[in-house]
Design a protein around this ligand. Structure first.
Ligand SMILES: NC(=O)c1ccc[n+]([C@@H]2O[C@H](COP(=O)([O-])OP(=O)(O)OC[C@H]3O[C@@H](n4cnc5c(N)ncnc54)[C@H](OP(=O)(O)O)[C@@H]3O)[C@@H](O)[C@H]2O)c1
Length: 314
């Protein structure tokens, strides 16, 4: 049976890269569907032009008359890329986590009710199992969502992400100018693990390619996706190389010492930064082997910057 693949978040960083890689891997041999709240946005329009069918609805709409359930059922998906949407709470710890978990459970209900879904590849966060221990409700909720996925009757693979290279073009999480790189690490010497959304897309495409009506190679696996451990200084030098900058590129943290000292503002964000500083993502050698199996040629940070083409400030 030909695959009918439903992609959540397809107008954003993760889902957008998943859609691109699925289009490239399957071409016309699979039918793609993208969930969006807004069919007129430039990203949604572009997907439609590429032959992706739009499925309109809001994951957070909990009303019985929510149209998303019927729209998903109409698509009759066999394969699904699922992700949840985190909002950072201001002042109150974990304020949006109940909502995030409820939306994820609602989507699992909708997908189960279709009766057509064979396999779900879901993105999560590396280290989410340490969320409770290090007081990070935004990580703990990902662990809860993983448990919800595993409790259903559909086959699954969890792809746990480290910090996204793609944050560097997201104005809330980073920024690029001719002379500076803004990122989530707290200073230029601090090392963190990174992965590109393109590698997530390749991993999802591999999982789906290796599944059929009778077998599913990666069912039941939880895999950390991490391609490079880098300091801010190394990221700046890769960026300088790609843009051919003569001048030195300076690293600027999103959360400088002043914001970090005000733990009462965005407490989830601050707790996550402390975790990165003190503990770091739990990436070990076996993770690297699993990752390379799914993504044989992962992108380096330099590959990622090159991929931006015209979007790099010149
Ligand atoms: N940034 C990182 O380093 C990092 C690392 C690991 C995990 N994560 C996780 O990644 C997730 C965010 O992914 P992203 O960076 O790809 O997000 P993004 O670029 O901000 O895009 C969000 C996507 O989700 C869709 N969306 C948002 N709310 C929706 C709703 N209520 N109903 C339906 N669709 C909705 C948007 O679609 P429309 O606007 O078209 O409706 C858009 O396609 C978060 O859960 C975060 O915890 C991030």
């Amino acid at each position: 049976m030909s695959k009918r693949i439903l992609i959540f978040g397809a107008t954003g960083k993760q889902g957008g890269a998943v859609a691109r890689e699925l289009l490239s891997a399957f071409g016309g041999s699979a039918t793609l569907y993208a969930v969006t709240r807004n069919s007129t946005s430039p990203a949604a329009q572009k997907l439609e032009q590429q032959g992706v069918n739009l499925v309109i609805g809001d994951m957070e709409d909990a009303r019985p008359e929510s149209t998303l359930k019927a729209a998903i059922a109409d698509a009759k998906p066999t394969h699904v890329f699922l992700m949840s949407n985190e909002k950072v709470g201001t002042f109150s710890k974990g304020s949006f986590c109940t909502q995030e978990l409820a939306a994820a459970n609602r989507m699992l209900d909708f997908l189960e009710a279709c009766g057509t879904v064979q396999y779900i590849a879901m993105s999560s966060v590396a280290g989410c199992h340490q969320g409770a221990r290090y007081s990070m409700p935004n990580f703990k909720v990902k662990e809860d969502i993983e448990a919800a996925l595993k409790s259903r009757g559909m086959k699954w693979t969890v792809l746990r992400l480290v910090t996204l290279m793609d944050n560097f073009v997201d104005k809330e999480l980073g920024g690029l100018t001719r002379t500076s790189v803004t990122g989530l690490a707290n200073n230029s010497a601090m090392e963190m693990w990174y992965v590109s959304c393109r590698d997530l897309g390749v991993a999802v495409a591999t999982c789906f390619a290796k599944s059929s009506d009778t077998s599913c190679e990666y069912h039941g696996k939880t895999i950390n996706l991490a391609s490079q451990k880098l300091s801010g200084a190394e990221i700046c030098s890769a960026y300088a190389k790609v843009i051919g900058a003569e001048a030195k590129v300076k690293y600027t943290p999103v959360m400088g010492p002043c914001l970090m000292s005000m733990g009462f503002i965005m407490p989830d964000f601050v707790a996550m930064h402390r975790y990165w500083e003190k503990v770091g993502y739990p990436i070990e050698a076996p993770d690297q082997e699993d990752f390379k199996e799914l993504v044989p040629e992962p992108w380096t940070i330099e590959d990622y910057f090159r991929s931006l083409g015209d979007r790099i400030p010149m």
